[in-house]
Design a protein around this ligand. Sequence first.
Ligand code: PLP
Length: 482
Amino acid sequence: MANVRFSTGDSLPLEMHKVRIVQKLDLPPIERRLEAMAEAGNNTFLLQNRDIFLDMLTDSGVNAMSDQQLAAMMVADDSYAGSATFTKLENKLNELFGMPHFLPAHQGRACEHIIASTLVKPGSIVPMNFHFTTTKAHIMRKGGTVVELLIDEGLKTTSEFPFKGNLDVGKLRHVIDEHGADSIPFVRLEAGTNLIGGQPFSLRNAREVAEVCRAHGIPTVLDASLLQDNLYFIKQRESACRDMSIREITRALADEMDVIYFSARKLGFAKGGGICVRDDALLAKMRELIPLFEGFLTYGGMSVREMEAIVVGLDETMDEDVISQGPQFIQFMTDELVRAGIPVVTPAGGLGCHLNAMEFLPHVPQCEYPAGALAAALYIASGVRGMERGTMSEAREPDGSEAPSQMELLRLAMPRRVFTLSQVKYAIDRIVWLHGHRDLIGGLAFTEEPAVLRFFFGRLRPTSDWQAELARAFRADLGDSL
Ligand SMILES: *Cc1c(COP(=O)(O)O)cnc(C)c1O
């Protein structure tokens, strides 16, 4: 991606790729969108793809592949054991991260399952910059407790701080003193911290965290699923790294870590995942679980074609022209929304643009899920699908009570290399319209609530008939326009 100055003085992100395969999109009329939202139980996870115009739910498994990746998929070595494709992937990861061992797994949460099963015991404390939904679920399932040590600045929705994903090293020292290193199986750093708006940590912070861990004999684990954007931000925002290549930054970060795991649904523009391990003893413990839960050690539940695509995708991740597209589109969207007075998370992060639903809908209490309500409202007003990242995405406490989430965000993910700038501008326009009619938006209440990861397939109802009113206002303002 290049940021190009036009002769009019505007500066716009310019795609450094051309589109050679396209998928037709439909934009259903608002009457259908109203119906579809009701059919989906007001949960955007339950919408059918045919009812969606721009799918900004996630960046997971929906990034566009390159011609080079498709070509590589054709030469995949398809064998159950001893596939040459596996060796290629193992070598590529070794080249980038410098870790001697690689264990394949079918996606990110499968890595978390293996890591938690191997290292977490009842009573374990797992400090991290911030939790991710599936990570926390796997740690809790093994009887462990997640302790979030994000710097205070990280939870301020608007800020100029460049590394809101940093882990507070002072808090880490305190937690180690309080609980003892023996009860801490590892410290986890999440790159491109997902649930706080795709916010990065700095290389300097990772080094400081690793130094404290080394002094206490505690292993460091990097969740590298969203590493791509984090690398870009380190290069852009950390002055000491300005002259380093993306490859050098990657290696410098990896050198501080004992374990690196990732979802290749995000990192590598394909589908799959895996765990890179430094220590032989740790490898031996984790390795046993791969054939049991994932597949044989040379595929781990992945298709060999996807593995070939990951090898190429990892190289593309080291190309600044490629990896800057997401962050630059997100920056564009964030800047335009800020200019229109709309509450968004700043500074712009990776992964997507994040609307602050708590401020967008101050009249909707957290027990009525403002971020979920905003997701439903935006779909009705635009056919754009986002994802609730707030109280709905949290688990209830063991006693059944519901703690309000620290943030109520509507995430509008920017899958890599997928959207055009005019599509991004459409989304911005409809968000601005919605903000002008925010008083019409009401809350949601669960009608079906699963006990685990309820946001995936729970169903809700609007607390009043606000959705029909919103649709009436839309038709009054925009007529027959879609
Ligand atoms: C998506 C994600 C995961 C889980 O990966 P899946 O492939 O979806 O299972 C773990 N950690 C982070 C930070 C993620 O963004």
